[in-house]
Design a protein around this ligand. Structure first.
Ligand SMILES: [Mg+2]
Length: 407
């Protein structure tokens, strides 16, 4: 069935929110930065971009290019609040909304068209409402799928509206560089180039069998991307709200009292939990540790920390803190680690702190583990042989957002 997908991307989001809330900043080159000394530019206004200032530059580099640049410390809460207001506006047009990041969303508007007649009208209404109510501009792309809608929203900034119709797809993408497609990063594009593939057209024509041999399961996905095909559904905001916690538990093959071995199991569980919440872009601030003794007495203890976390080691160290507060009375039969108090897309804000590096390491591990199997790469103290010692709970699976209860 033909679908109509709309992708909305806010323009220079953090900087625009600052300019909208402070008239003194309007029309001026501003850069939103983190609060620490060695911080970088997370977003800058279009006025600043005219000087060549870009995301990722240090504030010294930015000042060199534009001495009058106004540096504004970022305010996560303000951007989250604005994002929630934008989602509220979008809800007037469809209930099928997928929040892709703090300033991007996909809408499936296939069934909204009887109400609003033309596709273009919906886009114009959304743009007007966001501008009237929040004083912000956005770019919108509309296409038969998410891949092309995102491509379309990227084509005109700021304040763009680009529509790709079904019959225009191949003409639209055949000469575009593959790196314009969401999901094909610099490294993959460089690798494809060594295979003689530079454009989407070339990718679509390349023998799918060879792509599969080179890239495994993503070979077929790449082939489809080259043809502008993307079947992935818009996963709605409502469904997303159902994810309240992610946890895993493990029954040990024999009862354990050695604290070092218990630490290793907790690290392994923390890696499993971390990997899955990162995959879906969540962070959480409450860790729950579950312990079952030899005689089946089971209890949980939780700890809520100040900041949202999603990386393995933060989860691990928080779980260890809980463990330290418990006096173990018997040998342990089962262990579980769960993260709750979840928030979506906090990882998108990580440029503000030093979580960034940890995130990158985490993401790289996830990629390699997705490709070659669980625990190909693990944190140092996790000794490979230990994996055979525990039975992973049946609820464990690397994908699938759903509530997972600790047994
Ligand atoms: Mg944006």
């Amino acid at each position: 069935m033909d679908r109509i997908i709309l992708h909305l991307d806010m323009n220079a989001f953090f900087a625009s929110v600052e300019q909208a809330s402070n008239p003194h900043l309007r029309g001026k080159p501003i850069a939103v930065i983190g609060s620490e000394e060695r911080t970088v530019v997370t977003t800058c206004s279009y006025e600043a971009r005219a000087f060549g200032i870009k995301t990722g530059m240090t504030k010294y580099e930015a000042k060199k290019l534009c001495p009058e640049i106004i540096l504004v410390p970022g305010n996560n809460q303000k951007y989250i609040d604005t994002s929630v207001k934008i989602i509220g506006i979008l809800k007037n047009y469809t209930s099928l909304i997928e929040v892709f990041s703090i300033d991007e969303a996909f809408l499936d508007i296939t069934n909204s068209l009887t109400l609003f007649h033309k596709t273009e009208n919906i886009a114009r209404l959304i743009k007007k409402k966001i501008n009237d109510e929040l004083g912000l501009l956005c770019s919108i792309g509309i296409a038969p799928n998410k891949l092309l809608a995102k491509l379309a929203s990227d084509m005109k900034k700021p304040d763009g509206l680009v529509i790709i119709k079904k019959e225009e797809i191949s003409g639209f993408i055949k000469d575009l560089p593959v790196s314009n497609l969401c999901g094909i990063g610099e490294k993959l594009a460089a690798y494809l180039k060594t295979m003689g593939i530079k454009t989407c057209g070339e990718l679509g024509r390349y023998p799918v069998k060879t792509l599969k041999q080179r890239f495994g399961v993503i070979g077929e996905r790449l082939h489809n991307m080259g043809l502008g095909i993307d079947e992935s559904p818009v996963v709605s905001y409502e469904e997303d709200q159902g994810v309240k916690s992610v946890g895993h538990s493990m029954t040990l093959t024999k009862d354990v009292s050695d604290i070092n071995i218990i630490h290793k199991y907790i690290l392994q569980l923390s890696e499993m939990v971390g990997r899955r919440i990162r995959k879906y872009g969540y962070s959480g601030k409450t860790i729950v540790l579950t312990i079952r003794y030899k005689d089946f007495t089971t209890f949980t203890k939780q700890l809520t920390i100040e900041s949202y976390i999603n990386n393995d080691l933060d989860i691990y160290f928080t779980a260890l803190k809980i463990l330290k507060s418990i006096k173990l009375e018997q040998e342990v039969r089962l262990l579980g680690v769960t993260i709750t108090s979840l928030i979506k897309y906090y990882h998108q804000l990580s440029l503000f702190g030093d979580e960034d590096k940890k995130n990158i390491i985490g993401k790289t591990m996830d990629k390699i583990n997705d490709r070659f199997g669980d625990f190909t790469i693990t944190h140092g103290n996790l000794i490979m042989n230990d994996h055979s010692q525990g039975v992973i709970s049946p609820s464990w699976r690397p994908s699938g957002v759903r509530r997972v209860e600790v047994k």
